[in-house]
Design a protein around this ligand. Structure first.
Ligand SMILES: [Fe+2]
Length: 136
C-alpha cells in the first residue's frame, strides 16, 4: 500500500481505547474532574469516560505488572483552558509547558494556541491544548 494514494478508509474513526490504571476509579475520576467530563457506569471491566468527539477512554485496571506510561492529548476549547489549569492547581498537580516535564508551572503557545502537560495518577503523560498540531 502506498501512502501517496488517496486514503481508502477516511471514514474510519477511533471509537475507544483502553487506558490502563492501577485504580480505574481514581484515574477515570481524575481525568474527568480535570477536563470537566463525567465518568459513566462501569461496562464490564471498563470504566468509560466519553469525550466530545465520540471517543471513549475505557479505564481498565492492570495490577499484575507496572503500567507503561502512554501519551494522551486532549483538544479543549479556548474558553475552557484556564479552568483546566485552575483545576490542576487546585488539586496540586504540576503542569508543564513541554512534554519532557522540565518547564513547570507554565503553558506553551504552540501553533498559536495554549497547551500544557501533566501526569495522571499512573504517570500517563496527559496533554491539553487549544490548537491541534499543525503538520507540514
Ligand atoms: Fe502530544
Amino acid at each position: 500500500m502506498s501512502y501517496d494514494q488517496p486514503y481508502p478508509h477516511a471514514a474510519v474513526q477511533l471509537n475507544h481505547t483502553a487506558v490502563y490504571a492501577s485504580d480505574r476509579y481514581l484515574s477515570a475520576e481524575f481525568i474527568a474532574a480535570i477536563l470537566g467530563l463525567k465518568v459513566s457506569a462501569p461496562f464490564g471491566p471498563f470504566l468509560p469516560v466519553d469525550l466530545g468527539n465520540g471517543v471513549t477512554l475505557d479505564y481498565l485496571e492492570k495490577r499484575d505488572e507496572p503500567i507503561q506510561s502512554q501519551h494522551y492529548a486532549f483538544l479543549v476549547p479556548d474558553e475552557q483552558f484556564d479552568a483546566v489549569i485552575a483545576r490542576l492547581e487546585v488539586v496540586g498537580v504540576t503542569y508543564y509547558a513541554d512534554p519532557g516535564h522540565t518547564d513547570s508551572g507554565r503553558v506553551n503557545d504552540l501553533f498559536g494556541g495554549r497547551g500544557a502537560y501533566f501526569d495522571d495518577p499512573d504517570g500517563h503523560n496527559m496533554e491539553v491544548m487549544t490548537r491541534p498540531y499543525a503538520r507540514p
